[in-house]
Write a protein that binds this ligand. Sequence first.
Ligand code: ATP
Length: 358
Amino acid sequence: MAYLTLKNINKIYPNGFHAVHNFNLEIEKGEFIVFVGPSGCGKSTTLRMIAGLEDISSGEFLINGKRANEWGPREREIAMVFQSYALYPQMTVYDNIAFGLTLQGVDDEVIDERVKKTAAILGLTDYLDRLPRALSGGQRQRVAIGRAIIRKVGVFLMDEPLSNLDAKQRVTMRYEIAQIHQETDATTIYVTHDQTEAMTLADRIVVMKDGYVQQIGTPYELYFKPVNVFVAGFIGEPPMNFVRGEVHHGVLQFGENKLDLSCKLKNIADYEGKEIVFGFRPEAIHLRETEDAYLIHSQVELTEMLGDNTNIYITTGDKQAILKVDSHDTPETDVPLDFYIPLESVYLFDGETENVIE
Ligand code: ATP
């Protein structure tokens, strides 16, 4: 197991494109870190710099406290699982899993023991004689993971390993990856653009946008204490609702709603005449009257009954929002709906910087 340090890491591609800006992170031994963010935000580039597949333009990368910028991929003792499983089609599952050890000239008996143990962890024992083409997508991905974990390296890197699987297989494999991590306790960095994968797998998540780290924190911290509008809107499904408006006499008005922000924000006077973003999560509302809450009058446009809960699409003034309620509380469409947002569930962001206002 290894610990990693990334200090002010930058990546500027030869064409001059600055893909990663001042990336700083300390990864502890055994930690499961997830890089998440929209397409093109620099997740894979950062992972590839860690793997040694891409030069680091500036900054310092340390493995167990030693500078590793100039080390080749092999020296780093890192195993990587890619989105495309990259299995050898003419080799059996057994040989695919054994491949790395065979190359290293490891003793046949040791290989046999480790392949069988790895296959058992991954539920592949009955498939060792098969060729990859006779496996499902999920099984192939397990072989690819097996090939990585058999090497007993210090760090695992996974780049969108589940993106070729269907929705159901993804849920199963997600659970398996969590279990494998519990068993092996290997330091892992996992790249995805799927916030559910990030929330369920990570010890800590790094949220990236346009090459910049937006926030690093536990799933709990990102959900309850987002630092800006981007993180608040990225984590959570359906996403947080945002109502943008100017503050006048400490009040944010939209439609017939007049929200006195002074009970939420002591220095509301500083925002007089300025734009503010009022955020609340779809699931953080109440349909019955509650104390210390904002009352919002709205109109139901559409409902989606999803089984255990219902999404309600509402309009209020010229604003739109989604509410998530127990499906037993599903309202009719085209009717007025009053709901309550507890003050503690309201997030206020600066309209200009989009940073949270504490
Ligand atoms: P995705 O989820 O789509 O894989 P990502 O977050 O992993 O996205 P990267 O692949 O790291 O994004 O790419 C980051 C940015 O760097 C993108 O804008 C991409 O176009 C750019 N980029 C990637 N490789 C190169 C290259 N070899 N030369 C120039 N620009 C590149």
